[in-house]
Design a protein around this ligand. Structure first.
Ligand SMILES: *Cc1c(COP(=O)(O)O)cnc(C)c1O
Length: 437
């Protein structure tokens, strides 16, 4: 559907003039706080109450069976869900990294170690995306919005994975990219962010400093005409996380899981997984029954977990200090919404320390052959903790998200992982090493 956009009136939009855009079923932007509606455009905050904006849809309500068939006949990537996303109908024909449709692994050996019934525990392994993290999903949406609004430069503030996903998507789609990261990220993240040939800028500060810098840049002529995927394109970007919910349900045979364990950085992913699950119910694609969403943080950056445990509605910012750098957002924008969802669904928010993160990475690797980045160590570690303290029911279906690849955070496990032995190339030496059994 062609929708009229506003001509930019304020410097905070960073918009280029564009008269109409085609973003498929997306019909408007709506304020999550006051409900005020705005035409689709590169804006992210309500001009009435400053609340965050999200996409409103004309969802394809109708016969669920034919929608299900249409989805199942679609490509093996996120575009199978194009009727539910802010993208044009012909999105699959455009140059794009086509992420998604990653594996849902039935994790029986991990289940055995955690005391979960066989067949009940699954790992949604998003390390299989083109740049090895879940961020390819959100960037793919932002890219389509950037195309629709006429931006030619893609940018972002990143804790690491997003910078790589933007760099790669921009390279493939023929955009310029200039991305911003904290200067002290893991080498794997820095190399991934730089190798695609865009500009990469290290900022001397935390992610929250980088994010503040980008907000200033958007309001300045220096950033004019730039699409910041997680700032002025954030409403579109955020919708990409819904595809995780869609895939999990479809891969379970069009069924809602009972319990989900989701990592929290800004909290956007968790809130949109909930939105995605609710849409599937509304569309009649899955049967309506209760599910619980659990949020996972690292102890060294646990503002949402701290607020949850204290019974607070507001999230007090922290200065991050953890090996789980991809989740190290001390002032998470969606924190209060995460608290609402965890409480409404009967879930919880929990955290684990760095040592538990490393243990959980190794546990997942040795039980299921999945090498997760630190964020995956956080979700697996939190799952273990929540089972131990009785908040996750081991007799129900649980899906744990692994959102990134362990090759990007080698430093986390390198000090405690290595060869079992180093020997001379002789049978005697091997026999002496005591490994021949
Ligand atoms: C960005 C990221 C997340 C979640 O981010 P949100 O800001 O909460 O949406 C989770 N895992 C990894 C590995 C990430 O890079």
């Amino acid at each position: 559907m062609a929708v009229q956009t506003t001509t930019p009136t304020s410097t905070t939009t960073g918009a280029t003039a564009e008269t109409s855009v085609d973003l498929g079923p997306a019909s408007a932007l709506s304020c999550r706080e006051c409900g005020e509606r705005f035409p689709l455009g590169p804006i992210f905050a309500c001009d009435q109450c400053f609340g965050p904006l999200e996409i409103a849809y004309d969802l394809p309500l109708g016969d669920p069976e034919s929608l299900r068939k249409r989805i199942e006949a679609g490509p093996a990537n996120i575009w199978r869900y194009a009727p539910l996303l802010p993208v044009p109908a012909d999105v699959a024909d455009k140059p794009n990294l086509n992420p998604g449709w990653t594996k849902l692994v039935q994790a029986d050996k991990l289940a055995g170690e955690l005391g979960v019934e066989p067949g009940k525990l699954f790992v949604k392994d998003d390390s299989g995306n083109p740049t090895h993290s879940f961020k390819d999903r959100v960037v793919a949406q932002a890219l389509e919005a950037a195309r629709a609004f006429g931006f030619t430069t893609l940018s972002c503030s990143s804790t690491g994975n997003l910078a790589g996903a933007v760099g790669a998507a921009a390279a493939r789609a023929g955009f310029r990219s200039c991305v911003f990261i904290p200067h002290d990220l893991e080498q794997g993240k820095v190399v991934m962010a730089a190798v695609y040939g865009g500009d990469l800028v290290g900022i001397e500060g935390t992610y929250d400093d980088v994010n503040r810098f980008c907000s200033e840049l958007i309001g300045d002529p220096l950033g004019e005409g730039w699409g910041f995927v997680n700032v002025n394109l954030r409403p579109y970007y955020a919708e990409g996380s819904k595809t995780l919910a869609y895939e999990i349900c479809e891969q379970l045979g069009w069924r809602l899981p009972d319990q989900l364990v989701v990592p929290i950085a800004s909290g956007s992913q968790l809130t949109k997984i909930d939105k995605g699950l609710q849409e599937l119910v509304k569309l009649g694609l899955v049967e309506d029954r209760p599910y619980k969403i659990f949020g996972a943080q690292a102890e060294g950056c646990s503002p949402v977990s701290a607020a949850f445990k204290a019974g607070h509605d507001v999230v007090r910012p922290q200065k991050p200090n953890t090996i789980a750098k991809s989740l190290a957002i001390g002032n998470p924008a969606d924190g209060p919404y995460v608290l609402d969802i965890a409480r409404r669904t009967g879930g919880a928010v929990e955290d684990v320390n760095d040592e538990q993160v490393v243990d959980a990475i190794k546990l997942l690797a040795r039980t299921e052959g999945i090498f997760a980045e630190t964020a995956g160590g956080v979700t697996v570690g939190v799952t273990r903790k929540l089972i131990e303290n009785g908040l996750i029911d081991p007799s129900l279906t649980t899906v744990v998200l692994n959102t990134g690849d362990g090759l990007k955070t080698l430093d986390a496990v390198a000090p405690t992982t290595g060869p079992t032995a180093t020997i001379r190339p002789s049978l005697d030496a091997f026999r002496d090493a005591g490994l021949a059994h």
